[in-house]
Write a protein that binds this ligand. Structure first.
Ligand code: PHE
Length: 337
């Protein structure tokens, strides 16, 4: 009898392992614990045993029954967990797909990268400088003394003492010259800040690309050549460039640079306010006083510098009439580029 009980236990263990679904498990339960099942048969066999064997065999039968009940219960749990996982993983391939929302580069970033690429192709390297600057770099070293009226044009946000937000990228000219001896050929893209009231053409923050080229014998014609190439690549091969006399304390002589209107080819239209020309940047030959401020030997080098407003270029390039659109972060606008 005891051997039979052991055999049934190991048989059941194999059976329960082999069960793969709830239906088969129920069949197994009936086979062992059902009214006409194996356990019932064994229990009824108990009565025909000699009296002294009954308690021991009865105990074993009970333990087998508990074992079977336990195993069935555990298997049931395992099967239903599997079932749940399976249904979670089920994929309905007939459902329409979900298109992930793809971002685009901000138009200012795109134009900035395009500008960088043009100057890189001309041999310029890209340098960056701090947006939080010292008064010395933003003004004095650039020949803009405290009492000079041109300081108004570059007025800025002061943070504390002589710490301010740079109002142009020109201070990085000084930082480059302090660290490097000529020849220098670099551009400086970055953000600048001015305490201007915001309107269609003004923003308290905008971007510039500064250019600086210094060596022995750099001439104004080199400046004209570089900027002429830049404007042609940016606005098309037919673009003409015009230099008008201007004033910046850190360049001498200085110029404002216009391009022929690419909308009307100079005939006059709404974009160029019927002038035929569009102003795009400021430039000039580096003032010897700037070389003096950074300690370069007198009269050894010459160079040119320019500063281009990135928003201005982007507004013209895309025919946008309000600078605020760039900073409102309305994706209906930004997604068009
Ligand atoms: N820093 C000038 C500005 O912000 C532009 C400029 C740069 C002019 C370099 C001349 C040379 O308006």
């Amino acid at each position: 009898m005891q051997e039979k009980i052991r055999n049934i236990r190991s048989e059941f263990t194999k059976d329960v392992e082999a069960v793969a679904d709830i239906g088969a498990l129920e069949d197994l339960r009936i086979k062992y614990l059902g009214r006409k099942g194996i356990m019932t048969g064994l229990m009824s066999g108990l009565s025909s045993l000699p009296k002294e064997d009954k308690p021991a065999v009865g105990k074993e039968l009970n333990s087998l029954k508990h074992y079977i009940q336990d195993q069935l219960q555990q298997k049931k749990g395992a099967l239903s967990r599997q079932d749940k996982k399976g249904s979670e993983r089920k994929i309905d391939i007939t459902m329409p797909g979900i298109l992930p929302h793809l971002g685009t580069k901000h138009p200012i970033t795109q134009v900035l990268q395009e500008m960088n690429d043009i100057f890189i192709s001309l041999g310029f390297s890209v340098v960056e400088g701090p947006e939080i600057e010292r008064e010395f770099y933003n003004f004095e070293a650039l020949n803009i003394p405290l009492e000079h009226p041109s300081r108004d044009a570059f007025d800025t946000f002061y943070i504390k003492g002589d710490i301010l937000l740079r109002s142009h990228t020109s201070p990085v000219q000084i930082r480059i010259m302090e660290k490097t001896q000529p020849p220098i050929q670099a551009i400086v893209p970055g953000k600048v800040y001015r305490p201007d009231a915001v309107d269609a053409s003004h923003s308290f923050m905008f971007h510039q690309v500064e250019g600086l080229m210094i060596a022995k014998g750099i001439k104004f014609s080199d400046l004209k050549g570089v900027l002429g190439l830049f404007t042609k690549r940016m606005f098309g091969e037919k673009t003409k460039t015009r230099f008008r006399p201007s004033f910046f304390p850190f360049t001498e002589p200085s110029a404002e640079v216009d391009i022929s209107c690419f909308m009307c080819q100079g005939k006059g239209c709404r974009l160029c306010s019927h002038a035929g020309w569009l102003e795009v940047l400021g430039a000039g030959m580096v003032n010897p006083r700037v070389f003096e401020a950074v300690g370069y030997p007198p009269r050894k080098y010459t160079g040119f510098a320019f500063g281009i407003g990135v928003e201005r270029i982007a507004l013209l390039k895309y025919g946008i009439d309000d600078i605020r659109l760039f900073f409102e972060n309305d994706t209906r606008f930004l997604e068009q580029f």
